[in-house]
Design a protein around this ligand. Structure first.
Ligand SMILES: NC(=O)c1ccc[n+]([C@@H]2O[C@H](COP(=O)([O-])OP(=O)(O)OC[C@H]3O[C@@H](n4cnc5c(N)ncnc54)[C@H](O)[C@@H]3O)[C@@H](O)[C@H]2O)c1
Length: 386
């Protein structure tokens, strides 16, 4: 079994280390900050103790997982690794430097991977002497619990690198999907309208946020409403992802960020973690009540849903991922109640196109343009799945 190196012992690095060690690999975790390393070691011990206490794993298994991981400060520890996964700060220049440094110590057959959420794998790989060994391996937070992993080949990646990375991560009990090296890959791209269209509906005054959240959970079947979810993720993360995706897509209006969310970020109302976001989380604060108007709720739900389906269909149209992988990504990466393309089949693609066209005719904004794939499929009476 290969030795696995992890760079960065933050939320993602320590979670990925736990997954690899649980699969039986010897793992070395390096962080530039000794306190972060110490914190990760303490947190790992606490997680293992909790899993034993809950009866999820035996004490022997916990000891073997802890024993498999060493926390190091010397980059030489990556010599002999078969795979190194980088999970450090989301900054291209810092990542490039780290990749060049790692390549200098890692063996020629070592795969170098980045867990980046938003940077291009091609640009990270460009600093390596052998860029063919670089690939994106994008875990979701928390890595030990989330089953989905996006595998992102860069233009430079060798086929063998991609196949080996996929096979290895599959062997860790994860569900891998292959995504093109484009902004947001699959999940962070296709999910944008869940936030963006809900914000637009709110800004237009069609409904308040409690009613939108109620519609999406009670009528749509989503686990959390968009406003609750944005507050949960934190506006420092969720807003920044939206802004990055918008910029990286050369300002396609479909991804345009909203002022309502930007102002929250500027105010320091980051969501649950700061006690205030769209909702007030202070003790004793009363939460707004939804209107619970079924007709309005259904209208909201249909509008957000067709925008999500449009995004999923367009990702297929542009060959970002296969139909199967798009549906797997959204059900396993963000726990959607159904795959969006299967949902489109259920609603009927002609109905989806009709609803999108109605929005386009109302607003005359490019944001509401229907994917050519949906239009063609509706005309030919096709479905996404047999
Ligand atoms: N948090 C998420 O929900 C999430 C999900 C998927 C992917 N990601 C991506 O994973 C990466 C890490 O995110 P995170 O949330 O774990 O961040 P984090 O801030 O929790 O941890 C990053 C760690 O990297 C360390 N670090 C910074 N520069 C370093 C360097 N040059 N060498 C070694 N260590 C260094 C820091 O000390 C810190 O401990 C980012 O690229 C992020 O986009 C994050």
């Amino acid at each position: 079994m290969i030795k696995v190196g992890i760079v960065g012992s933050g939320a993602m690095g320590s979670g990925i280390a736990q997954v690899a060690a649980t699969a039986g690999h010897e793992v070395v975790v390096l962080d530039a900050n000794p306190q972060a390393l110490q914190k990760a070691a303490t947190a790992l011990a606490a997680t293992m103790a909790k899993l034993v206490e809950k009866g999820k794993i035996t004490a022997e298994k916990a000891a073997s997982v802890t024993g498999n991981i060493s926390f190091v400060s010397d980059i030489q520890a990556y010599a002999g690794c078969g795979l190194v996964i980088e999970a450090i700060v989301e900054n291209l220049d810092v990542k490039k430097k780290v990749f060049a440094d790692i390549e200098a110590v890692a063996g020629a057959d070592c795969i170098l991977a980045s867990n980046t959420s938003s940077l291009s794998i091609a640009s990270i790989a460009s600093v390596c002497k052998a860029p063919g060994r670089v690939v994106g391996i994008h875990f979701f937070n928390p890595a030990p619990l989330m089953e989905l992993v996006e595998i992102i080949p860069a233009v430079q990646s060798d086929d063998a690198t991609v196949a080996a990375a996929k096979a290895l991560i599959d062997s860790w009990g994860k569900k891998t999907v292959i995504a093109k090296d484009t902004p947001g890959f699959i999940v962070n791209r296709v999910a944008r309208p869940f936030y963006g269209e809900a914000l637009r509906i709110y800004e237009e005054g069609v409904a308040d946020m409690a009613t939108i959240d109620w519609a999406m959970t009670q009528l749509g079947g989503f686990r959390m409403g968009p406003f609750t979810l944005m507050d949960y993720i934190g506006h420092d993360v969720n807003y920044v992802v939206t802004e990055t995706v918008f910029r990286e897509f050369f300002y396609d209006p479909r991804y345009k960020p909203s002022f309502s969310q930007k102002r929250l970020l500027e105010a320091g109302w980051l969501g649950r973690k700061s006690g205030r976001g769209f909702y007030n989380y202070a003790e004793g604060a009363t939460l707004p009540e939804p209107a619970k108007n079924e007709a309005l709720g259904q209208e909201i739900c249909n509008r957000v849903l067709v925008m999500l389906i449009n995004e999923a269909a367009d990702a297929c149209f542009l060959n970002i991922a296969s139909r199967e992988d798009v549906d797997i990504a959204m059900t396993k990466g963000v726990n959607y109640p159904k795959g969006l393309l299967r949902w489109a089949d259920e609603i009927g693609i002609a109905t989806v196109v009709e609803r999108l066209d109605a929005l386009y005719h109302t607003y005359h904004e490019d944001r509401y343009r229907c994917s050519p794939l949906l239009r063609k499929m509706a005309a030919e009476e096709q479905t996404f799945f047999a």
